[in-house]
Design a protein around this ligand. Structure first.
Ligand SMILES: [Zn+2]
Length: 80
């Protein structure tokens, strides 16, 4: 039986989680205020928009904001 615990590994995981949190915070700070596709204004205060709009965060810090209409059009293309 190998009883050795891999503490180093779990520490590594924790650090990664923190990095992701920082990335998300940066992403929110850099968040576009319009739909990336059709330039429709995004209102942070509008709860419906917060639910419906699609927010994609990429590892390089790029944030793509897509309104409900464009998200629908996108999924149509993909499920052709
Ligand atoms: Zn749009």
């Amino acid at each position: 039986m190998n009883r050795r615990t891999r503490r180093a590994m779990s520490k590594g995981k924790l650090k990664k989680l923190n990095d992701v949190t920082t990335q998300v915070e940066n992403a929110i700070a850099n968040m576009p205020k319009k739909c990336t596709k059709c330039d429709k204004d995004f209102k942070m205060s509008d709860k419906d928009q917060l639910d419906d709009w699609n927010i994609e965060v990429y590892l390089d810090g790029t944030v793509k904001l897509t309104c409900l209409m464009c998200t629908k059009n996108n999924s149509k293309e993909q499920t052709k």
